[in-house]
Design a protein around this ligand. Structure first.
Ligand code: ZN
Length: 348
């Protein structure tokens, strides 16, 4: 029998590629703003292809693309009746992807996220959240997922509800907070305190995802690692967010004066992109600090994931096409190259 998530983490890093929402928006299969993953019904083949590319790049986890496929979002676009088919299709696509790579021993996970209806002062919203989480976790369980991630949640209170739904279903739970510019959850907990609360309530893995780039995520990780005894997760966005603007929801691109509203989030972040080597450094630093659930969130593309995988000492499938600049006509060293070209390598 294959090992579960915790057994895998006990042995070392597990790599998890995410970022389906942004990737699908860039490719023209869903709309920024509402960000509803209708693509899982309209073009399942495109979702399969991105799973395939992430797996080839070294992701150990196939995350079913159920992020934002929840009642609040579907109500927003007037298509609540699509909720269940959307969830079930996303889970099936993820399972089919695992079948495609039988030799790799991949993990499939379900995903629940920020509901956007949680209000600490409105008890009714808590039971509504609970219903939303329970129905999604049930579908994930029926699909036989290996674990469920609750992610991109900024309220400790909301995360508690999500965690309870996952644990009540008897599943392994990963709880990942997104931390806004105050450096705290919206109910005022430091990241390490919020993570500790989740560990004490039964979370199997605790950590951070989304909003912040690698540096602004890393700044919290040592304290979390110190505070909890369970495994820690870290999945930043691949953007160079700063102390001044730690989260990507508010980003100024000083090199550009034609971004509508002057906020580069979410569709004009290109100039703030981390390259593959920056993401590789992040992965290495996590591994050195015993943060074993390592990943990448909104903005991820397979080239980031491959470099992270290589940084962890692996050779994923797409390593076959790893860069080899020694074979480049200008920068390379091959004897067949013309001296009139290679001699100009620093002058182009
Ligand atoms: Zn994200």
């Amino acid at each position: 029998m294959s090992k579960n998530l915790i057994e895998r983490l006990n042995e070392g890093p597990v790599l998890c590629a995410e970022g389906y929402l942004f990737a699908m928006e860039r490719r023209g299969y869903l709309s920024a703003g509402a960000f509803v993953p209708e693509v899982v019904l309209e073009h399942p083949e495109v979702v399969s292809q991105l799973h395939r590319e992430f797996i080839r790049a070294g992701s150990d986890v196939i995350q079913a693309f159920t992020y934002y496929a929840h009642r609040e979002k579907l109500r927003l676009i007037g298509k609540e009746e699509l909720l269940e088919p959307m969830q079930k299709n996303a889970l099936q696509i993820a399972r089919d992807s695992r079948e495609e790579f039988k030799d790799l021993d991949l993990l499939v996970c379900g995903d629940v996220a920020n509901t956007n209806i949680y209000d600490p002062n409105d008890k009714k919203s808590h039971s509504e959240c609970q219903r939303m989480y329970e129905e999604q976790v049930l579908w994930a369980k029926e699909a036989g997922v290996d674990f469920v991630v609750a992610e991109t949640i900024n309220w400790t209170g909301e995360m508690k509800i999500a965690l309870k739904a996952i644990k009540d279903a008897g599943l392994i739970a990963v709880t990942n907070f997104s931390i806004k510019a105050t450096d705290k959850t919206r109910d005022g907990h430091t990241p390490e305190d919020a993570c500790k609360i989740m560990e004490d309530l039964g979370a199997d893995v605790v950590g951070l995802n989304c909003y912040r780039g690698p540096k602004m995520t890393m700044k919290f990780l040592p304290k979390i690692r110190e505070k909890v005894s369970c495994h820690v997760a870290a999945l930043p966005v691949p953007y160079r967010t700063t102390e001044k603007q730690p989260g990507f929801l508010n980003q100024t691109d000083h090199g550009c004066d034609c971004i509508p509203g002057d906020n580069a989030f979410p569709v004009a972040l290109d100039n703030l992109y981390c390259n593959r080597f920056e993401m590789a450094e992040f992965a290495k630093e996590c591994a050195n600090k015993k943060i074993n659930f390592i990943g990448i969130c909104c903005g991820a593309e397979p080239h980031h994931v491959r470099e992270m995988s290589v940084a962890l000492g692996r050779k994923p499938i797409s390593y076959k096409y790893y860069p080899d600049m020694s074979k480049h006509w200008l920068h390379g060293k091959n004897k067949s190259f013309l001296e009139i070209n290679t001699s100009m390598s620093k002058k182009y």
